[in-house]
Ligand binder design. Structure first.
Ligand SMILES: [Zn+2]
Length: 89
């Protein structure tokens, strides 16, 4: 199967493509994600599942940070730099 190098911009799959590769978002993909998430949040069951997922994700992230504080700080600062934020000490 041929590897897909570029997504269809302006779709939720396109938004995921940007996110997974840390490629700055284009406006059509940004809009597609906003529309997708807006529709997703209209379903109360999905909305609660998403909230629970975010809570679980935050807890796991804090546990990982405690286990590997130096590595976590390095990764955090790499991601902050991609967004133009200064490094944390
Ligand atoms: Zn795009």
């Amino acid at each position: 199967m041929r590897k897909i190098e570029q997504p269809e911009h302006g779709t939720y799959a396109g938004w995921n493509w940007h996110m997974k590769r840390s490629v700055p978002l284009c406006q059509p993909c940004r809009d597609a994600n906003a529309n997708y998430k807006r529709e997703y949040r209209k379903d109360p069951v999905k909305r609660q599942k998403q909230r629970d997922h975010v809570v679980a994700e935050g807890r796991a992230q804090r546990r990982l940070a405690r286990l590997y504080p130096g590595r976590y700080r390095t990764l955090l600062n790499e991601e902050r730099a991609k967004l133009g934020l200064r490094a944390l000490p």
